[in-house]
Design a binder for this molecule. Structure first.
Ligand SMILES: Nc1ncnc2c1ncn2[C@@H]1O[C@H](COP(=O)(O)OP(=O)(O)O)[C@@H](O)[C@H]1O
Ligand SMILES: [Mg+2]
Length: 341
C-alpha cells in the first residue's frame, strides 16, 4: 500500500497534532501507534498513518524502525518490538532514566567530574550531612518535572525545609520531626523513590537560577549531534528551573554573564552532551535522543544536573519555529536512516 519505508512512533496517546506544521514531506510513511494497537500474533498494527495530508486509521505491517516515545522506565515493549523488527531498530530503548543508575554509570566514565554526588535517600545519612553543615537536596529518582524537590538545611539547632523555593517553609528542632515530614512526602507520592544530593549553589542571573539544556539526537547519517540548546530561567523565589519564567538560547545567557568564556563553555557542553549520549547508548542499548541539563556552580565548575531520555521538544518552540521543527524532524530522519540499513 505504501512504497516508502514505514516508520512508527510508539506513544502513550496518539497526538498527530504534534506534527501539524512540521514539513513531513520526506521519503517515509509515518505511523503513530500505542501499545494496545499492536497485534503481536498476526504481526499487524492498527495505527494512525499520515497519507498525503491526512492522518488515517489503518492496519499495517510492523514498521521498519520505531521511535519510542512511551514515557516509562520499562523497556519491555520496546525490546519485544526490537526482537521482531531487528536489533537496534527501536530507539530509545529506555526513555525514563533513574537518577541513581545514571550517576553510577557516569561515575565509571570520563565524565565523572561533571556528576553531582547522588545517594539513595537515607535518613541517617541526611541527618549526618545536615549536622556537618551541608545543605542537602532530595528529589524523586525518576523524572518528576520538578515535583517533590526539597532542599534541607540545619541552621543552629533548627532543621529547615525549602520545598522548591528559596525560603524555608517549616522549621523543626528534632530529627524525629524532620523524618516525619519526609515520611509524609513519601506517603503522598508512594510510587517515587528518592535520591539525595548536596545542594549545589548554582550561578544565577540576577536572583534567578538557570540551567542549560543540550538536545543531542542522531541525525540522518546516524551520527550523534547537538540539534538545539536552551536555557531555562527559574521563576522568582524558586530554585528549580522546571517551571521556567523565561526560555532563551544558551548563547544569550552566557554572553550576558561570561562573554569571554561563552564559546568555550558552549563547546564544552556540546562535547560533553555527545559523549554522554554515547555512554548511555553503550550501557543501555539503542538510543536516538537524550538531553543533558547543565548548571554552573558558583566556583565556576560545570555540573550535569540531569540527563533525560525523553526530551520535551515543545520547549524549543520558545527558541524559534525552525529550531522546534528540527528537533521534531531529526529523529524521523534518523529512523529513515535505520529503515534503509
Ligand atoms: N543537586 C542540586 N542542587 C541544586 N539544584 C538542583 C539540584 N538538583 C536539581 N536541582 C534543581 O531542581 C530541578 C529539578 O531537578 P532534576 O534533577 O532536573 O529533576 P526532575 O526534572 O526530574 O524533577 C533542576 O532543574 C534544578 O533546577
Ligand atoms: Mg529536570
Amino acid at each position: 500500500m505504501y512504497d516508502k519505508p514505514l516508520i512508527g512512533i510508539l506513544c502513550d496517546t496518539l497526538s498527530p497534532e504534534d506534527y501539524i506544521g512540521i514539513n513531513l514531506n520526506m521519503a517515509i510513511t509515518l505511523m503513530l501507534f500505542s501499545p494496545k494497537d499492536i497485534h503481536w500474533a498476526d504481526r499487524k498494527i492498527k495505527g494512525l498513518v499520515l497519507g498525503k495530508d491526512l492522518w488515517q486509521e489503518s492496519i499495517l505491517d510492523f514498521p521498519a524502525a520505531v521511535y519510542n516515545q512511551l514515557y516509562t522506565s520499562s523497556s519491555k515493549i520496546a525490546k519485544r518490538l526490537e526482537k521482531v523488527i531487528g536489533k537496534e531498530k527501536v530507539f530509545n530503548i529506555y526513555t525514563m532514566f533513574d537518577k541513581y543508575s545514571i550517576y553510577s554509570i557516569f561515575m565509571g566514565s570520563p565524565l565523572a567530574d561533571y556528576m553531582i554526588p547522588t545517594w539513595h535517600y537515607d535518613p541517617i545519612l541526611l541527618s549526618n550531612r545536615l549536622s556537618a553543615g551541608q545543605t542537602v537536596l532530595i528529589k524523586p529518582a525518576k523524572g518528576s518535572f520538578g515535583n517533590s524537590v526539597f532542599k534541607f538545611k540545619k541552621t543552629g539547632s533548627e532543621y529547615e525545609v525549602y520545598p522548591q523555593v528559596v525560603y524555608p517553609t517549616e522549621k523543626w528542632n528534632t530529627t524525629k520531626q524532620l523524618f516525619s515530614y519526609i515520611d509524609r512526602i513519601r506517603i503522598m507520592n508512594p510510587s517515587y523513590n528518592y535520591v539525595m544530593q548536596p545542594f549545589i549553589n548554582f550561578v544565577t542571573v540576577g536572583d534567578n537560577f538557570f540551567d542549560m539544556r543540550f538536545l543531542v539526537q542522531k541525525n540522518a547519517a546516524g551520527y550523534w549531534a547537538v540539534t538545539a540548546d536552551l536555557c531555562r530561567i527559574s521563576c522568582d523565589d524558586f530554585f528549580i528551573t522546571n517551571m521556567a519564567y523565561e526560555i532563551l538560547p544558551v548563547e544569550k545567557i552566557l554572553n550576558n554573564i561570561y562573554s569571554d568564556m561563552c564559546n568555550t563553555l558552549q563547546n564544552q557542553m556540546k562535547d560533553v552532551s555527545i559523549k554522554a549520549a554515547k555512554i548511555i547508548e553503550n550501557k543501555l542499548g539503542a538510543m536516538g535522543e537524550i538531553c543533558v541539563d547543565f548548571g554552573i556552580e558558583d566556583n565556576g565548575r560545570l555540573r550535569i544536573i540531569e540527563i533525560n531520555g525523553k526530551p520535551d521538544k515543545n520547549l524549543f518552540k520558545h527558541i524559534n519555529k525552525e529550531t522546534y521543527e528540527k528537533t521534531m524532524l531529526t529523529p524521523l530522519l534518523y529512523a529513515e536512516y535505520l529503515a534503509n540499513q
